[in-house]
Design a protein around this ligand. Structure first.
Ligand code: CP
Ligand code: NVA
Length: 296
């Protein structure tokens, strides 16, 4: 059976743990020698494209970057036909898609694994990198710690919630009304045995947390809602005052790109608690871990 990674709950807890361990291998075998990996991007990327390309290179394979317009998913030809075609040449297809449903349709017909490189619904490679960053920071152990999410209950928050559930990390989430994690995600977290608290305020979410995480208030594709969103998220900035309510030594995570002065104050993201550069670096390890798990 072809395995796909459209969101974190495509993995079992033990598979996620295996990927985290494989990701730590700084000298991975060249498992992909002579093989290609297609990387389709329907939206911009700094981290995901480069980390995915370099992960393939480190494993001896050949990444092929494809701009969304070039293949024209559902304009030039159907998502299914793109997937059927690319899987003839490549051992895996990574895609950053405008619509999560497109990834599901590709996975339904692809003979090669389909990896979600961010959709409006999920960002599993980011969640794996986040767990790697936290595990390193916490000295190798994830269970027993608490993560606070302050801000939009978006794609990154959903995947992180599922990852925390699988890894035994508690999560507390504060989002304004209308921007909370959806019921499907909360049900999925519950089904995985996760412990997730919906907090009434940012201060309640971060109280005693070992890590504080946030993301942009306006995600790619939501530009038309920008004014309304910036208004709704007032009071949700992660600043030094909010961080002071977290556990002593708490760290700060942000998947990037960040907007200093909106979701995070410069004093936090550029301050001593911030792990954002380690987190960005771990995107490369996360992709290597997933490829090693798929093809090892
Ligand atoms: N964090 C992240 O996915 O960054 P990019 O959008 O730059 O790839
Ligand atoms: N939530 C953001 C994450 C970017 C990496 C977005 O979807 O634009």
């Amino acid at each position: 059976m072809t395995r796909h990674l459209l969101d974190i709950d495509d993995l079992s807890a033990s598979e996620l743990a295996e990927i985290l361990d494989l990701a730590a291998d700084e000298h991975p075998p060249r498992l992909l020698a002579g093989r290609g990996v297609a990387l389709i991007f329907e939206r911009p990327s700094a981290r995901t494209r480069s980390s995915s390309e370099m992960a393939v290179v480190h494993l001896g394979g050949h990444p092929v970057y494809i701009q969304g317009d070039e293949v024209g998913i559902d304009t030039r030809e159907s998502a299914e036909d793109v997937a059927r075609t690319l899987s003839q040449y490549h051992c895996a297809i990574g895609a950053r898609a405008r619509h999560h449903r497109v990834l599901e349709r590709m996975a339904a017909v692809s003979g090669a694994p389909v990896l979600n490189l961010l959709s409006e619904r999920a960002h599993p490679l980011q969640a794996i990198a986040d767990l790697l960053t936290l595990r390193d920071h916490w000295g190798g152990a994830l269970p027993g710690h608490t993560v606070a999410w302050v801000g939009d209950g978006n794609n990154v928050a959903r995947s992180l919630a599922l990852a925390c559930a699988l890894a035994g990390v508690e999560m507390a989430v504060a989002s304004p009304p209308g921007y909370r994690l959806d019921a499907t995600t909360l049900d999925a977290v519950g089904a995985l045995g996760g412990r997730l608290q919906l907090a009434a305020s940012p201060a309640e979410a971060v109280a005693g947390a070992d890590a504080v995480c946030t993301d942009v208030w306006v995600s790619m594709g939501q530009e038309a809602e920008a004014a309304q969103r910036l208004d709704a998220f007032q009071g949700y900035q992660v600043d030094a005052r909010l961080m002071a309510g977290a556990a002593p030594g708490a760290c700060f995570l942000h998947c990037l790109p960040a907007h200093r002065g909106q979701e995070v104050a410069a004093e936090v993201i550029d301050g001593p608690a911030s792990l954002v550069w380690a987190q960005a670096a771990n995107r490369l390890r996360a992709m290597r871990g997933v490829l090693l798990w798929l093809f090892g």
